[in-house]
Design a protein around this ligand. Structure first.
Ligand SMILES: CC(C)(COP(=O)(O)OP(=O)(O)OC[C@H]1O[C@@H](n2cnc3c(N)ncnc32)[C@H](O)[C@@H]1OP(=O)(O)O)[C@@H](O)C(=O)NCCC(=O)NCCS
Length: 182
């Protein structure tokens, strides 16, 4: 059994090589494992979304041979990407089954949150994130402070719940201004 010796998260808008890896993982998890239709998997925001990909380097303890594998992905879009949307949206969160519960989802979520914080600070808007969570993933999002909002709804034939998180953003200029005033 190989062991993970290092991990790396990369993100992109538009790098097709990276996006293809994200799409492959999503096909494995949402279509082949969870049986969601492939027709609805890839949508109109693929080209404008920020795609995050986690790669692991594994080592075979017997031979010390190493190989790199892409095993998880998540996607983010800013407010306004979807008609009427006022929050950042997290979507298509998937870690390959054999790599779950190793902290890779946390790594992806931390990277996504950091991107949201920076983008929100630059655009001077709230760093508020929402996602449509499958019922089985509610506990995962809750661990990171997401709270449920509204009632259950159907998406692609499965029950979902809206989960929302407001991230803290340190606005340096404002902090400096208030120090000057005091
Ligand atoms: C949800 C998912 C992305 C989590 O990825 P992961 O790599 O297993 O998550 P991590 O190992 O980083 O888990 C972080 C923490 O959340 C917990 N956790 C993971 N999945 C959980 C779940 N489904 N419910 C409750 N807690 C969960 C872990 O135990 C860990 O807790 P700890 O820090 O106290 O040890 C992964 O299970 C997955 O791809 N599921 C299938 C696709 C899916 O349902 N995606 C969500 C669509 S809304």
């Amino acid at each position: 059994m190989s062991r993970i010796v290092s991990t790396e998260v990369v993100s992109t808008v538009g790098d097709q090589k990276i996006i293809q890896e994200c799409h492959r993982i999503r096909k494995d998890v949402f279509h082949l494992e969870q049986k969601f239709p492939l027709e609805t998997e890839y949508d109109e925001v693929e080209d404008v979304a920020v795609h995050f990909l986690v790669r692991v380097t594994e080592e075979d303890p017997a031979t010390a041979a190493r190989r790199v594998k892409c095993v998880g992905t998540v996607r983010a879009t800013p407010p306004g990407t979807y008609p009427g949307s006022t929050r950042y949206k997290l979507s298509r969160f998937a870690v390959e089954k054999a790599y779950r519960k190793y902290g890779l989802g946390r790594l992806l979520l931390d990277s996504l949150h950091e991107w949201v914080r920076q983008d929100a600070a630059a655009a001077r808007r709230p760093a508020e994130v929402e996602c449509h969570s499958q019922l089985s993933a509610i506990g995962f999002y809750a661990k990171f402070g997401y709270a449920s909002e509204g009632s259950q709804f159907d998406e692609d034939g499965a029950p979902h719940l809206n989960m929302v998180l407001r991230l803290m953003v340190l606005r340096l200029e404002r902090a400096r201004e208030s120090v000057k005033r005091d």
